[in-house]
Design a protein around this ligand. Sequence first.
Ligand code: AMP
Ligand code: ZN
Length: 677
Amino acid sequence: MNAQKQITALRNLLHKHNHSYYVLDSPTISDYDFDMKLKELQALEAAHPEFYDPTSPSLRVGGAVTKNFETLKHNFRMYSLDNSYSKEDLQNWETRIKKQVDGPVSYTCELKYDGASISLTYLNGNLLRAVTRGDGHQGDDVTTNIKTIKSVPLQLKGDFPDNFEIRGEIVLPFDGFNKMNQVRVAAGEDPFRNPRNTASGSLKLQDSALVAKRPLECFLYSLVGDNLPVTTQMQGLEKAAAWGFKVPNIAKLVSSIDEVLDFVNYWDGHRSDLPYETDGVVIKVNNLQQQEELGFTAKAPRWAMAYKFKTERVSTKLEKITYQVGRTGAITPVANLAPVALAGTTVKRASLHNADQIALLDIREGDTVYVEKGGEIIPKIVGVNIALRDDASIATVYKDKCPQCDTLLSRTQGDAKHYCPNEQGCPPQIIGRIQHFISRKAMDIEGLGGETVALLVNQGVIQSYADLYDLTIEDLLPLERMAQKSAENLVAGVAHSKQISFERVLFAIGIRYVGETVAKKLAKHFKSIDALMTASFKELVEVDEIGDRIAQSVIDFFELEDTADLFSPVNTSGERNREMITRLKNHNLQLAVSAETLVGQTSILKGNTFVVSGVFTKISRTELKKRIEDNGGKVSSSISSKTTYVVAGDNMGPSKQTKAEGLGIPIISEDQFLEMI
Ligand code: AMP
Ligand code: ZN
């Protein structure tokens, strides 16, 4: 088979498997086989850039970076919806409808997904563009990011119209949202507050590879265009599903407002069983002819109505405010409540976030508080019933000492949280740091779990993650529930972790704000812990996507205080951390990028920004970009005054050429570039 045929066959195959997995929820291939096929396709595409296709399934993994999202005008305005809250509201709506249209009216009831709305345009069955709602008249072009959402078809099947739009909602299911937060918390970052904001924030991330990692879903529910081959909303959903879209599977056709209310009541009671957030029901006149007769008000269609679920709110007594200490020393105040039933669960605790939040609502122990569970999964306290407050009540004084080690808490300006600064002596911090170190995405130490870590620390066997590497079977055997076999496994697991790559070691050592992605960037740039330890603030912020906050945190982590103050503790934390690194080095952990990864890497292009355009003959576009980055250069997607060179292949875009010429930016050929490196 020739390469082109092979590429086409692989693309078709992957489109099919994607559809089965993400749209139909019934996988037809193992994850492993899928990855292998995708790799095969990526390799072929890299070797044959001439067969580039903007709808290839390989684009699902992302990679393109958008600095500024282009504003595009909607061909058809994206309206808002009118809201209703009662049976009466709905009856009034029906009366208005009946005045305008003849004949019986039936309705489709759909869930109102709480996410970010999106409009997709398909031209000849290919996804052309994806635009956010914006102000309804114009929105942002987020096509590159949307392509990474696996349930959005890049190519359609069946009898689709040549040119149409389809609208829907991007949502982040609870499950994926919770997993993302676990990772963030492990990296010392604040968790995201709710799935909706996280979903809409994701669409505006500059790096599409990050979007690809977020488990976003897209439900499409509304066809827009001229001469569509459908006559009802319900038929529209059916057709869209046949063309390959993920449409809401909960949609019901009813013929009266009473039946609408049955649907509303059912889902109000069952929405907590759904894997994603809904904040109501959307009711639409089913017949498109009738929809057209009804038309729009200035703001919303007259043929549709949202029915908002009431956010469930209960009141209960706040018995006590306690404080939790995290791995990074961050303090979280927790409200301990008199148990109360709310949205299908019993709530006993709620996060109070930070001192400001408590002060803002003037929350006090003994208060009767209102607890809500709406969008957020975690219940939150939204207010206090002051009328029920006891005369003897006193305002909450935020704790000033660590609840675990009694050290005075500190709070830096601009940070909402208080921290316990006793990094080396505060038990939850010591244990948390080691638990993070051994976790799956960090050193992935087999045979050692979080509880054993706590036991080892509490028994005084270890005090730091470096101590793990000195552990012997004899040290472990005296511990409760530690048999010979498990002790052997633990020691072997620790030894095995010495092979873990530098970027993961860098993530594991627990520098605040250095999560997985940042660790990768730092490892790639500095290549060894020694280089990172000696890097200045300026050198750090020069690295792509490393901001002031991360840079300062890295500096603080390794900082040696040279003030010869007799009263200062012997070991500053910077000194301790450096000592820890030396010990890890002596144990032969990977504290530099391995020789294999270093092959072909230089810094000769440092300080230069490249824009790559056109089709290349010697190496693929992806390879070209990789070589720019491997040699210390930056790749950017659009030409600006910051661009140093444009590398042009065949068929370079004419607008890019004019722009480069206008700004006087040199345009070089593939050969000239290869000579440079
Ligand atoms: P609002 O923003 O409250 O005016 O509500 C209008 C928004 O609801 C639309 O822009 C959609 O993004 C969203 N929505 C969620 N689910 C649906 C649905 N099934 N049908 C129509 N709109 C929906
Ligand atoms: Zn403490």
